[in-house]
Ligand binder design. Structure first.
Ligand code: SF4
Ligand code: SF4
Length: 348
């Protein structure tokens, strides 16, 4: 793209044919920092060679901030909508275009399609896919993608629908199960893979190494969330050399063994709890606070989520259902104790 920017390695994003940098900009965290910091972070990413920026209608001001920071520059942008109806998602495309100050959006994704019922809804007549097809025919968007947390649903999506040019899914040192099925399927169908949460939603300590490991795998682009120019510099630094040394590989193995049985994958196989404990929400709260802020989580019902921990009778039913053998009662108690120290969540 612009000649005086550093060159980062690029990969083709499946049938979109877009040549995207191996590290992209995850646009969730810029909504919780002051606007000048957010704009500086986005511009720093661009200056350091990143050419792929991911955001969403649901990330409050993230689209506007990226639009403001990069107006007039040459970059690829992906955004997404959680609206499930054709008309609603079409209107969201128009809002995104205005927010991003663009005439066309390179990739528009169906946001958070997390189970087969939701997939049925978006693919049905009058569903969200229909709205994105219309926007694509009119040139408002160039390509359609899908995002979600459950790999089985995403596998079904790719098998059922040729429209999807990309899939965005959690992928990191601990959550690498997509290597078994989704990754080979995407290779076969020429679908690009956007790896979200390469540092576990901010939960891993050695973030640059976790990002580097992620980029060294057979995915297209890793999009760590970045909020400040310093975070951008760390993540881009990891993209300059994708060869993993023996020491780095050993550190990755240590990270995996420490975190594997303590990291919730948000698959929700453990739910519903017979007592009404909101297990996955309790386990996911830290990541929401880090990326969206405690105040936002409170608006979404954090107080009720946290209170639900007291309903746990330690019956053990969830333990049998969690495929990752997480010690759920212990983890939810730890999480709730932490939330009860966060002022925004405890004050009226
Ligand atoms: S606790 Fe286990 S089953 Fe429940 S959402 Fe997390 S990883 Fe999935
Ligand atoms: S152990 Fe607690 S959280 Fe798990 S199913 Fe039983 S009551 Fe629910």
């Amino acid at each position: 793209m612009t000649s005086n920017r550093p060159i980062l390695a690029t990969r083709r994003l499946g049938k979109t044919d877009l040549e995207v940098t191996v590290v992209g900009f995850g646009g969730i965290p810029i909504q919780i920092v002051p606007e000048d910091v957010a704009v500086a972070a986005v511009r720093r990413a661009y200056e350091l060679g990143i050419n792929f920026f991911d955001t969403a209608r649901g990330y409050t001001n993230s689209e506007e901030r990226i639009g403001k920071a990069l107006h007039g520059r040459d970059y690829f942008v992906a955004t997404k909508s959680g609206n499930r109806e054709a008309e609603g998602v079409y209107r969201d495309v128009e809002r995104s275009l205005a927010n991003l100050r663009r005439r066309q959006i390179d990739l528009y994704q169906l946001h958070g399609v997390n189970n087969d019922d939701e997939l049925d809804n978006v693919l049905a007549a009058g569903g969200a896919l229909e709205g994105l097809r219309r926007a694509r025919e009119e040139g408002k968007i160039a390509h359609i993608g899908i995002t979600g947390h459950r790999r089985e649903t995403l596998v079904n999506a790719i098998q059922r629908c040729d429209d999807f040019a990309s899939v965005q899914v959690p992928f990191n040192v601990v959550e690498d199960e997509i290597l078994d099925n989704l990754v080979p399927l995407c290779a076969e169908r020429d679908v690009g893979i956007i790896a979200m949460k390469p540092i576990g939603g901010g939960n891993f300590t050695n973030a640059p190494l976790a990002v580097k490991w992620c980029m060294a795998q057979p995915i297209t682009v890793a999009i760590p969330g970045m909020a400040t120019p310093q975070e951008v510099e760390e993540d881009v630094g990891a993209a300059h050399d994708l060869e993993m040394t023996a020491e780095e590989q050993a550190a990755i193995e240590r990270m995996r063994s420490e975190l594997s049985h303590r990291t919730c994958r948000r698959c929700r196989y453990c739910e519903p709890c017979p007592q009404g404990v909101q297990i996955s929400s309790l386990l996911h709260g830290r990541s929401i606070i880090r990326r969206m802020g405690a105040a936002r989580w409170k608006e979404w019902g954090a107080v009720e989520v946290i209170a639900s921990v007291d309903l746990c009778t330690e019956c053990g039913e969830c333990l049998e259902k969690c495929p990752y053998e997480l010690p759920i009662p212990e983890l939810i108690r730890e999480a709730a104790a932490h939330y009860r120290t966060v002022p925004e969540l405890t004050e009226d």
